[in-house]
Design a protein around this ligand. Structure first.
Ligand code: FE2
Length: 430
């Protein structure tokens, strides 16, 4: 007798008609027609079972603070940073923890169980770090939350940031962050990357840098990040987040740069919802999309993952913790709308994110932790198209969330009465 058996499921790799049996928190067996019963049986016929979604770039200390103390009128990154600066003195640990836990509830309902959050460590009180460490502990049974020590106001530009970042790491934050394009000069930005990579090497920590989040084609800090990664032997544990300046770069230079990123083993984390919203704000027409060069990076062998970045905070008034919405936006902005391109969008919010966050044992496999999501979709493409309902969210064999399928009952003369939104697969897949 198993604890839980999902019957007749599809997997993201195209296999179908499989039973998935769970015992003692692990996937005990995957196969056709498993005879032993489960204490709980779930009919997954024709529906996709995938590992939990992964968000490798988020700001949990700012989430759900929209409107505090006012709204971002220009919609720019820089007003967002200024607005966050107005809010910081008003923040309390209790309110931040409460908002973050509410966001984590939402994340669980969306099947999002792995999150890397940048924590602003610019404020001398380090309240943000204290609050996020408390949240990391509180959600540990169901969400793996990684915390980046992020000098939002600049590592060299903001007084005391050098000391504050070290103190935040001493408190137990997990990664070294940075924001070179926000330093006073390009030279300061480059120097900050040298210092931050040195800290990571000395402390044995990974690195995740807000890098070149600008439309300025001459913002080339990713080049320095790659060089410092190689110099300090940090290959495989460094991520460059955003990289939006690459959108606007000269094509010849970009072709050299992409090879350099691949060579250095630096992961690229794009944030489609935020990039399409914040970039191009200084343009008239045509307006740049401002997202990094995803297909070219992927073709060069760079691991590209997508992050949500913001939900209802000084930078972004929308969002709902839905990584399928992130994947959908990415597919549009990158124009990766072929069948293969759409499958790639799904991978960028699952397996690629897991690789960027260095999550061990991620995936649906015998012996792996029973972490899985049942979707109201038959395959990854339909999941992205529909931002499909999460019918079941399971962590370590325990069911964390359930939802009913989204089905509408129509009242139309002479037409069938029910619409199941997941019944409109393209002919090739029927
Ligand atoms: Fe960010």
């Amino acid at each position: 007798m198993f604890d839980l058996v999902l019957r007749n499921a599809n997997l993201a790799d195209g296999r179908s008609g499989l039973d998935i049996a769970v015992a003692d928190g692990r996937i005990a067996a995957i196969g056709r027609g498993i005879e032993a019963r489960g204490r709980e049986e779930v009919d997954a016929t024709g529906r996709l079972v995938c590992p939990p979604f992964v968000d490798p770039h988020f700001h949990m200390d700012a989430t759900l603070s929209l409107g505090l103390p006012r709204m971002n009128r220009s919609g720019t990154l820089l007003e967002g940073i200024a607005l966050w600066g107005e809010l910081k003195p008003l923040l309390t640990v209790e309110a931040m923890v409460e908002r973050a836990l509410r966001y984590c509830d939402l994340a669980v309902s969306r099947g999002l169980l792995f999150i890397r959050s940048h924590v602003d460590v610019s404020d001398p009180t380090l309240r943000t770090a204290e609050a996020m460490i408390a949240v990391r502990e509180a959600v540990k049974p169901y969400i793996e939350l990684q915390l980046v020590a992020f000098p939002q106001d600049g590592y060299y530009r903001s007084a005391g940031a050098v000391d504050l970042l070290a103190r935040a790491l001493d408190m137990g934050l997990d990664l070294v962050g940075g924001i070179p394009h926000f330093e006073r000069t390009m030279a300061d930005g480059a120097a900050s990357l040298e210092a931050l990579c040195r800290i990571a090497a000395e402390r044995g920590l990974p690195v995740d840098i807000h890098c070149d989040e600008t439309d300025d084609p001459l913002s080339r800090h990713i080049e320095t990040l790659c060089a410092e990664t190689v110099r300090f032997g940090l290959q495989g544990r460094v991520a460059g987040s955003h990289l939006t300046s690459m959108h606007s770069m000269d094509n010849y230079y970009a072709s050299k740069l992409i090879a350099l990123i691949a060579e250095s083993g630096v992961d690229a984390i794009a944030n489609p919802l935020i990039n399409i919203t914040l970039q191009g704000r200084h343009d008239t027409y045509p307006k740049r999309r401002g997202m990094t060069r995803v297909p070219e990076l992927m073709a060069a062998g760079v691991n590209v993952a997508y992050g949500h970045d913001c939900v209802m905070d000084p930078w972004y008034a929308l969002g709902s913790g839905d990584m399928l919405e992130v994947a959908s936006m990415a597919a549009h902005v990158t124009q990766m709308t072929s069948r293969e391109g759409l499958r790639t969008a799904f991978e960028a919010v699952t397996t690629n994110g897991a690789r960027a966050m260095r999550i061990e044992g991620y995936g649906i496999a015998e012996g792996a932790s029973a972490d899985l999501v049942l979707l109201q979709a038959r395959d990854p493409i339909e999941a992205v198209r529909l931002k499909a309902a999460r019918l079941l969210v399971v962590k370590g064999g325990r069911i964390l969330a359930r939802a009913e399928p989204r089905v509408s009952r129509l009242d139309l003369p002479g037409r069938p009465g029910l619409v199941d939104e997941a019944s409109y697969a393209p002919r090739e897949e029927l």
